[in-house]
Design a binder for this molecule. Structure first.
Ligand SMILES: NC(=O)c1ccc[n+]([C@@H]2O[C@H](COP(=O)([O-])OP(=O)(O)OC[C@H]3O[C@@H](n4cnc5c(N)ncnc54)[C@H](OP(=O)(O)O)[C@@H]3O)[C@@H](O)[C@H]2O)c1
Length: 53
């Protein structure tokens, strides 16, 4: 059976602890979705950013 791909959702992902967590999970092979209240274009990231606005 094919292993399922791990997905992580990280809130507060544009900066600080949220950004560090999202980057670590990306490096570890997770498909990461970050959220931001400032919009999906808050800044360039290595993971997908979802807007909460
Ligand atoms: N950094 C440290 O070393 C440290 C140490 C001990 C405790 N803390 C505490 O841990 C928390 C996070 O620290 P951090 O350095 O990662 O903070 P941060 O950089 O200020 O916040 C990280 C992200 O969280 C989102 N955010 C900020 N305030 C929010 C709110 N009121 N509601 C929802 N989302 C919010 C912001 O993204 P959007 O606005 O785009 O959504 C921001 O990019 C803080 O409460 C801080 O006091 C931090």
């Amino acid at each position: 059976m094919k292993p399922r791909k791990s997905v992580a959702l990280v809130t507060g992902a544009p900066s600080g602890i949220g950004k560090a967590t999202a980057e670590r999970l990306t490096t570890a092979g997770y498909t990461v979705y970050g959220t931001s209240r400032r919009g999906a274009q808050a800044s360039q990231q290595r993971f997908a950013m979802l807007s909460l606005t």
